[in-house]
Write a protein that binds this ligand. Structure first.
Ligand code: ADP
Length: 257
């Protein structure tokens, strides 16, 4: 049986195509022309990579902010459920999931079957999301992928006093004007974001093992900072950003049976 999970997020489109337990394709690209066009493009890319047209896919599960735009999706599931499904599939010991995406952050606690016991969601305040990192990266004139290198070269951590993205831009500019190093500002920024997301996790109760998912988990500086605040090692898979699409593909398989 061939199944697909498609995740139309706020900043990136993702898909995972599976045949039985084998992953046939993983697709990820930034959303540029709107959610509908991106969803259509996901299926074009699946066909390009595997030769499998949408009609040959037995079941498609959609998830994410733009899930209503996904053609061929017979079922939809929340991102929280999908990330949990994906993380548990890769590591059966996972009981807490921390997902930081482009415009939101979510924490959830699950039982051994993947049922959601508690969760918390922040899409109101950008300071607790990947957007915060993007704003600081813009001010420092570096790409989002360079942040972890800067963090690694830091000699100290500068505490940012502003929690709000509206003010952080001017704070970073004045820190630079005062001669502070970009490396140390980045380390402080990672710690600020990690502390905000960790406080969400603490409020629902953190149970080991913890998976860190979403695009922001690609950033090793953020992994280091979250591990420091949570005082524990995190499970971070190379597929952290497509975790929701992977979970959706597994749900598609379960529902198709
Ligand atoms: P969404 O589903 O909301 O689109 P994602 O989980 O795809 O979110 O994550 C997108 C976020 O991940 C963006 O804020 C982006 O800046 C961040 N991101 C992606 N890759 C990296 C990376 N290599 N280093 C740091 N941040 C990254």
């Amino acid at each position: 049986m061939i199944v697909a999970g498609c995740d139309i997020g706020s900043t990136t489109a993702k898909a995972v195509l599976m045949e039985d337990n084998n992953i046939l394709a993983k697709i990820l690209f930034p959303i540029e022309n709107g959610p509908r066009e991106s969803a259509i493009l996901l299926f074009e890319k699946i066909k390009e990579q595997t030769g499998i047209p949408p009609e040959k896919i037995d079941m498609v599960c959609g998830t994410g902010y733009g899930d209503k735009n996904i053609p061929y999706a017979k079922i939809m599931e929340s991102e929280i459920v999908c990330h949990a499904k994906g993380a548990l599939y890769l590591n059966s010991n996972i009981r807490t999931i921390i997902d930081i995406g482009g415009q939101d952050a979510k924490v959830s606690r699950i039982d051994e079957y993947g049922n959601i016991e508690r969760y918390l969601y922040n899409d109101k305040c950008a300071s607790g999301t990947g957007r915060f990192l993007e704003i600081v990266a813009d001010v420092l004139d570096v790409s989002i992928t360079e942040l972890e290198k800067l963090h690694k070269n830091a000699t100290k951590e500068i505490k940012l006093s502003n929690q709000c993205v509206v003010f952080v831009e001017s704070e970073v500019i004045s820190l630079l004007n005062n001669g502070e190093e970009a490396e140390n500002i980045v380390k402080g920024m990672h710690m600020a974001l990690a502390s905000r997301v960790a406080s969400m996790a603490f409020s629902i109760g953190v149970v080991s093992e913890i998976a860190f998912t979403g695009g922001v988990a690609q950033n090793k500086g953020m992994v280091y900072s979250l591990e420091k605040v949570l005082k524990t090692k995190l499970f971070v898979h190379e597929d952290c950003q497509v975790m929701g699409a992977l979970g959706a593909a597994i749900i598609a398989k379960e529902r198709a049976l």
